[in-house]
Write a protein that binds this ligand. Structure first.
Ligand code: EPU
Length: 312
């Protein structure tokens, strides 16, 4: 009788062949791709199928195939807000990493940006086009799609504050253009993008002098370097509770520097957990659990995790 790993391998071969049958040659398809390579925390086991669609048509085919075959999938951005468990993810990671999804074009007071574009590139293009109000995107280490999905923010602003409209594809492959009020947006989340994929966003800026924009970007960047760690992390681990910023709370609880294996609560900012080199996802999760427990016991505060946690 075949053992179950052998059966799983055979099923994997069949699915891989079927994927190959529907996708164009430009689509990147890999099996057992280590997700540690694709997350800023540098941890996480392999995903069964790693796919970079060549275009929107192939993306629609991937989504449709996963739905029909009951294959779990997730959309992978730059992995900067993602914690993948050590055994990886059974299913597919779909990543809009090909240049076709990363275009940025200025049009009047707007910037039309592909979901795969880096936020830093968006901020730089806004500066070039003399559009103010998008400087806060400069230091967020993510893609446009990820920033929309998390309604990522920095320096007192959040992504959707600057969004005019978003083109999305639902998991059946249908495309629609939505305004923020139609997208169930709140602090650090966007409900619509749990059930669809952002393809392109139109950011809104306001006319500003390039030197003024540059000065704001420099001051944001200085503030960030002074208060946040440069070691591998996933940004802020917790959402800020209403009563106190999570970073300050962790500091007040004396938890900075607390360690679990290769994971450590940052000394620079209490809401960051950094990977000191050899951390596993299990180390990081245990450390997060310790911080949560202490906040609950000492202050009665239920810290809510901001980063996305997936895998087994
Ligand atoms: N603070 C401390 N000790 C610390 C960290 C912070 O006392 O270790 C204090 C600060 O002095 C400040 C307050 O807590 O008075 C808030 O800190 P900070 O200005 O660093 O902002 P934050 O609320 O901790 C938010 C975002 C960050 C973003 C920064 C910068 C959240 C959860 N985090 O952090 O976003 O970079 O503002 O604008 O809203 C992320 O979402 O992943 C992220 C990094």
């Amino acid at each position: 009788m075949e053992s179950s790993p052998e059966k799983a391998a055979l099923a994997g071969d069949t699915i891989a062949r079927e994927f190959a049958g529907i996708l164009s040659a430009g689509t990147v398809f890999r099996r057992a791709e280590p997700l540690a390579k694709h997350t800023t925390l540098r941890v996480g086991g392999p995903v069964d199928y790693y796919i970079e669609p060549a275009d929107e048509m192939d993306l629609a085919k991937v989504l449709d195939f996963c739905r029909r075959r009951g294959i779990s999938f997730f959309i992978l951005g730059r992995g900067s807000n993602l914690l993948v468990r050590d055994l990886g993810f059974r299913g597919a990671a779909v990543c809009l990493a090909q240049p076709v999804f990363a275009k940025i074009a200025a049009a009047g007071d707007q910037l039309v940006c592909g979901a795969g574009a880096r936020l830093k590139a968006v901020a730089l293009e806004a500066k070039r086009a003399e559009l103010g109000g998008l400087e806060f995107l400069e230091g967020i280490p993510g893609s446009v799609g990820g920033a929309l999905r998390m309604n990522a923010g920095a320096m007192g602003a959040a992504t959707f504050d600057a969004i005019d409209r978003v083109r999305v594809m639902d998991f059946c492959g249908h495309v629609a253009v939505l305004t923020p009020s139609e997208m169930a947006v709140s602090y650090r989340q966007c409900g619509t993008l749990k059930e669809s994929v952002a393809l392109e966003a139109v950011f809104r800026g306001s006319r500003a002098d390039r030197a003024e924009i540059e000065a704001r970007m420099i001051s944001f960047s200085k503030k960030r370097w002074a208060s946040q760690p440069s070691a591998p992390s996933a940004g802020c681990i917790f959402k800020n509770p209403a009563s106190v910023p999570a970073g300050r709370l962790v500091e007040e609880l004396g938890l900075k520097g607390l360690r679990c294996g290769g994971a450590r609560v940052s000394d620079e900012h209490g809401n960051f957990v950094v990977n000191d080199g050899g951390a596993t996802a299990a180390d990081i999760l245990e450390l997060i659990g310790m911080v949560k427990e202490k906040a609950r016991q000492a202050r009665g505060i239920e810290l809510e995790i901001e980063v996305e946690i997936i895998g087994e």
